[in-house]
Write a protein that binds this ligand. Structure first.
Ligand SMILES: Cc1cc2nc3c(=O)[nH]c(=O)nc-3n(C[C@H](O)[C@H](O)[C@H](O)COP(=O)(O)OP(=O)(O)OC[C@H]3O[C@@H](n4cnc5c(N)ncnc54)[C@H](O)[C@@H]3O)c2cc1C
Length: 411
C-alpha cells in the first residue's frame, strides 16, 4: 500500500501517537464526539505492537472496581458487534489455589454488584465442566464467568479504524515521532515519515530509543495540535520523555506458544486460567498457552525462547493439570510486550497541559480498549470523565496525589 504523503506542516485538533487497539479506539471515540484526530504510527500494520501479539482474552473478572467497569462497558460494545470482531462468549474458567481462593470469594460480591455474572465451582464441578481437566489437586475452588470470552484483536482494531475514518479521522503510516515541544497554546511534534516500510529490526531500534535520534532519508514533518494523546503502548515512556514527562511504566516481554495433540480439544471452552498462572484456550486446530515468569526482566525484547520456553514453562503445567497433555507438541510461538505499572493498572488521563495519555494496560488493553477510548476522548473533548469514570487511573496516583489501584488478578 502506498503511504499517504502527509502535509509537512499544519495544525490539527488532536494528534494521537500510536495506532494500536487503544489509539484507534480513542480516534473512534473522538470522531463520535465530532473531534477530528490524526493518528501517527511508524507501522500501521502493527507488526511489533502488542495489539498484534496478544491472546485475545476478554474478561470482566477483576478485583478493582475501575477495571471491572471498563471491561463491562467494553464487553457490552463487543456484544453489539460480535460477528464483525469474532467475539465468542465461551467464558473464563479461573482455578484458584488455597492461597488465593478466600480473596476470590471476598470479591464476588463486588463483581456481582457491578453487574458481572460470575458462578462458583467446586473442584469436582471443574472436572465435570472441562473433562480434560482430570488432575484436580491444588484446586481450592474456581469461578466461571459466562459473559467473558475471546475476541479477534485484529478485527477489533480494524473496526475502530474504519469507524474512526468514517467519522473523519486520518491514520498516517510510516511516521515516527522523535521530538515533542509543549508550547504556550499548542503542542509541536517533529516527525519523520519514511519512504519505504521499515524492517522489524529498524522499527524495534527506533521505537526503543528515548532520545531525539537522527532520521535518515524520508521527509521531516512539523505538526502542531491543540491536544496530543500518547497511546504508544509499551513505548509510551519514551514519548513521554520527549515531552519531559516521567513514567513509572516498564516494558516486559511476554511469550505464548501454540501447542497441539490429537487427544485434546478445547474448542467448546473459552479461556482457562490454572492455579499455576498458566492460561490457555483453543486456537483453530491448536491450543494457545501462555505463562508470565515473574522473574522476567524489563526491556524491549521480542526473542521467543521456543522449545526451551515450552519445555520449562508450558508443558509441565499443562501435564500437571491434564494427563491427556502428556504427548503435547510444540508448534511455535512468539513474544510481545506488556506495558506494566507498579500497581498493574493502566494510566488514563491528563499527563500535562494539552498532553493526554492512555497506555500501560499490561494484559488488559484489548479487553479495555473500547471503554478506555471513550474515557480519554471524553476528557479531551469535554474535560469530564466518560461513562466508566476512570479518574482513579490518572498518573497522579504515582505522584502521591491519589490512591494506587493494585490489581492482583493479572496473568
Ligand atoms: C503475549 C501477550 C498476551 C496478551 N493477552 C491479552 C489478552 O488476552 N487480552 C487483552 O486484553 N490484552 C492482552 N495483552 C495486552 C494487549 O495486547 C495490550 O494491552 C494492548 O494491545 C495495548 O494496545 P496499545 O494500543 O496500547 O499498544 P500497541 O498495540 O503496542 O500499539 C502501540 C503503537 O504505538 C506505536 N509507536 C511506538 N512508538 C512510536 C513513536 N515514537 N511514534 C509513533 N508511534 C509509535 C507502535 O508502532 C504501535 O503500533 C497481551 C499482550 C501480550 C504481549
Amino acid at each position: 500500500m502506498v503511504s499517504e504523503r502527509f502535509p509537512r506542516s499544519g495544525h490539527h485538533d488532536v494528534i494521537i501517537v500510536g495506532a494500536g487497539v487503544v489509539g484507534s479506539a480513542v480516534a473512534m471515540a473522538l470522531g463520535e464526539r465530532k473531534v477530528g484526530a490524526v493518528v501517527l504510527d511508524p507501522d500501521l500494520s502493527g507488526r511489533l505492537s502488542s495489539s498484534e501479539k496478544n491472546a485475545g482474552g476478554v474478561r470482566a473478572t477483576w478485583w478493582q472496581p475501575v477495571n471491572i467497569r471498563l471491561c463491562l462497558a467494553s464487553v457490552r460494545y463487543y456484544e453489539a458487534i460480535r460477528d464483525e470482531v469474532g467475539f465468542e462468549q465461551k467464558g473464563y474458567l479461573w482455578l484458584y489455589g488455597s492461597d488465593t481462593w478466600e480473596s476470590a470469594l471476598v470479591h464476588l460480591d463486588l463483581q456481582r454488584r457491578l453487574g458481572h455474572r460470575i458462578d462458583v465451582l467446586t473442584p469436582a464441578q471443574v472436572g465435570q465442566r472441562v473433562t480434560e481437566i482430570d488432575r484436580l489437586d491444588g484446586i481450592a475452588g474456581a469461578t466461571f464467568a459466562p459473559r467473558d470470552g475471546l475476541i479477534n484483536p485484529n478485527l477489533l482494531k480494524l473496526h475502530y479504524q474504519s469507524r474512526a475514518r468514517s467519522l473523519g479521522a486520518r491514520f498516517v503510516d510510516r511516521v515516527f515521532v522523535f521530538a515533542i515541544h509543549p508550547a504556550h497554546d499548542e503542542v509541536i511534534l517533529e516527525c519523520w515519515q519514511a519512504d519505504e516500510p521499515l524492517s522489524d529490526s529498524a522499527l524495534s531500534r527506533m521505537m526503543a530509543q528515548d532520545e531525539r535520534g537522527s532520521p535518515q532519508g524520508g521527509r521531516l514533518l512539523e505538526l502542531r495540535c491543540s491536544a496530543l494523546a500518547i497511546c504508544a503502548g509499551a513505548w509510551s515512556p519514551n514519548l513521554l520523555k520527549l515531552a519531559a514527562l516521567d513514567s513509572p511504566t516498564e516494558a516486559v516481554r511476554r511469550q505464548v506458544c501454540l501447542v497441539h495433540n490429537r487427544a485434546t480439544n478445547l474448542a467448546e471452552h473459552g479461556m482457562i486460567v490454572d492455579t499455576s498462572g498458566l492460561y490457555f484456550h483453543n486456537e483453530g486446530p491448536y491450543i494457545l498457552a501462555g505463562y508470565s515468569p515473574p522473574e522476567e526482566p524489563p526491556g524491549y525484547s521480542f526473542r521467543y525462547d521456543g522449545e526451551d520456553f515450552f519445555n520449562k514453562e508450558i508443558w509441565p503445567r499443562m501435564f500437571a493439570r491434564m494427563t491427556c497433555c502428556e504427548r503435547l507438541r510444540h508448534i511455535g510461538g512468539w513474544a510481545g510486550l506488556y506495558a506494566v505499572t507498579p500497581d498493574r493498572s493502566a494510566i488514563i488521563g491528563l499527563a500535562a497541559a494539552r498532553i493526554f495519555e492512555a497506555h500501560s494496560f499490561s494484559g488488559r488493553g484489548v479487553m479495555q480498549s473500547y471503554a478506555a477510548g471513550q474515557e480519554l476522548a471524553s476528557l479531551i473533548a469535554t474535560g469530564q470523565p466518560g461513562p466508566s469514570d476512570a479518574r482513579s487511573l490518572s498518573r497522579e496516583r504515582f505522584n502521591g496525589r491519589g490512591t494506587l489501584v493494585p490489581e492482583p488478578l493479572h496473568i
